[in-house]
Every structure is written in structure tokens, then in C-alpha cells.
Design a protein around this ligand. Sequence first.
Ligand SMILES: Nc1ncnc2c1ncn2[C@@H]1O[C@H](COP(=O)(O)OP(=O)(O)OP(=O)(O)O)[C@@H](O)[C@H]1O
Ligand SMILES: [Mg+2]
Length: 254
Amino acid sequence: MNVLEAKQLTKIYGDVESENATKALAGVDFKVEEGEFVAIMGPSGSGKSTLVSILSGITEPTTGSVVIKGKRIDQMNRFDMALFRRRSLGFVFQEFNLLDSLTIKENIILPMVLDKKDGSAMDQKAAEVMKLFEIDHIGDKYPYEISGGQQQRAAVCRSLVNDPVMVFADEPTGNLDSKSANAVMNCFKKMNDEKNTTILMVTHDVFAASFCKKVIFIKDGKICLEVASNGTRKEFFHRILDCQAVVGGENNDL
Ligand SMILES: Nc1ncnc2c1ncn2[C@@H]1O[C@H](COP(=O)(O)OP(=O)(O)OP(=O)(O)O)[C@@H](O)[C@H]1O
Ligand SMILES: [Mg+2]
């Protein structure tokens, strides 16, 4: 079953008529099935973040449609969209986006607090996800008291507390060293394996992408290649590297 289906997405930043207009997406059709774990890769400026922010209702497309669980999110008003995002979607960003004035546990339950959920239900849910991702011992600490990897695992917990239909992540390992990146990617894999959470992630990092089940390459605002994992992570890692060489990865960009 498709959780998400987008058709003929285009995005032009700036005045369409003007010479300065940037065509960030040039006609993208995109489907995500329930339980998928997909990475989007491609050179810098190819439209990855634009695509994810349109698919998750943060940015409006210039043309095209996005349906999540049967709802046309591109046609929702801002209020309904904000509510839908908070109740039904999970987000993990490169910068962690935790609030420094709240403890880790308070940060994690924030989406539930905003939804006025029952206190013991919040405690139970927070305890469950923190245990799953092995940060239950630091629930009372503040973000500035823990490592970047721990902060990102807390952000992963926060993305899960509302039992989202789908989690979106843009460069979730971009600010992490390789050991922390490994721990965070294991969390994503665990949430996909054990909770069947559908995940869509943007990454530059072949190592991070190798945890996924499928990688979609985008170039000049269009999907140009797709590879699926069918063996070990190591084997997939090498296949993604080969594809990146064909598509033109980061290094070709420098
Ligand atoms: N808010 C904006 N206003 C104008 N142009 C933008 C805006 N956001 C992105 N662009 C342009 O749209 C194109 C696609 O940008 P996008 O951020 O989606 O790329 P990306 O693939 O995520 O790149 P990166 O790997 O560097 O994060 C680029 O040419 C970019 O300069
Ligand atoms: Mg980006």
C-alpha cells in the first residue's frame, strides 16, 4: 500500500517569468510504500531538500499533487497542515532542533504536550522510545549536556512519539562523526525493522544510505536512477558508490 504518492511535482523559486527564477524540481513522480526505508541522494543543488520539504508539507509545490494516506496535503490550509504534520508525520533535521530550555525527556514528549495528551500516556511512550534507542539514562539532562549523537537519537525519539505514518529526515547524520552517525542510522534501521515505520531520508553519505532498502538519485530536479538493496549492507554500499559515480556525486561538484 502507498503511504505517499506525488505526481508531476515542479517547483520554481522566485518569479516564474523572471530570469532569476530557479527551477528546483522539473516534474517528479514519487511513491513510497508502507514500511519502506528510502534514501534520496544527488549532487548539491539537485533539489533533494526541496523535494522532501514539498512531500512533507513544509513547502508548496508550483504544480503537482502530494497525497499522504489518502489526503491531498498540497491543498490543505496552513492550520490543517500544521496539525497534520504534528499528529501524523515525524521529522529529523541535520541540526537536531532540540530546545535548550527543556530536558531530553521534555523535548521528546513535546509533540504530545502540544496535543494535550494524557500525562501517564506521555510518560509511557517516552520511556518506550528512549529505551529502544538507549538514551533512557539521560532523560533528565539538557541538550547542551549530552553529545551530538545522543541529541540526534533524542530527535529520532521525538519524531516517533506520535506514531507517525511516515518519518522525514534531511541529512540526519550531516553534523555527526562516523561513530555517532552509525548509532543514529542503527536507530532508523531499528524503527523500520521493529516498528515498520516508513522513512524517507535525504543524505550525502553513502554509508548512511547503505542502511536503507532503496536509494533514489536525483539530478537537475529529476529522478534519474533507483537502486534497491538485495544483499548485505557492504554490497549495497558499493553499488550506491557505483551509482553515485554515474550520477555525479559531491566530488564532481567541487
Ligand atoms: N528558498 C529558496 N529560494 C530560492 N532558491 C532556492 C531556495 N531553496 C533552494 N533553492 C534553489 O533550488 C535548487 C535546489 O535546492 P535544494 O536545497 O533543494 O538542493 P539540495 O539537493 O538539497 O542541495 P544540498 O545537497 O546542497 O542540500 C538550488 O538551485 C537552490 O539554490
Ligand atoms: Mg539539501
